[in-house]
Design a protein. Sequence first.
Length: 124
Amino acid sequence: MKDKTFNLKERTYNYALDVIRFLETAPKDYISQTLGKQLLRSATSIGANIIEAQGASSRKDFTNFFHHSLKSANESKFWLGLIGDSGNGTQEKARFLHREASELANILASSLLTMKGKKNRETF
């Protein structure tokens, strides 16, 4: 049986690959390309900041990298919403990627609350 251990690094890496594949099939017009570049930056930044957190020099630095990952996940949701609602991409795939970005954002927000020792989720 395959190990079902949760791996955030792997999940964010696979999410970035899914976004890359999605954008490869996007229309080549100016608007689609502009939105796609914004999405590509934010989607790939999620995992990159988690990797950077591993080399953090302090707990505060570690937390800051997770915070940047959360911000990138939320930004990705925005771009995916625009792409899906404007018809500049496959709406079904955009919705799937939006759900995954939402799940990643929830995981990151929960992790940040744990790191900061807060139990009240309403602070985010």
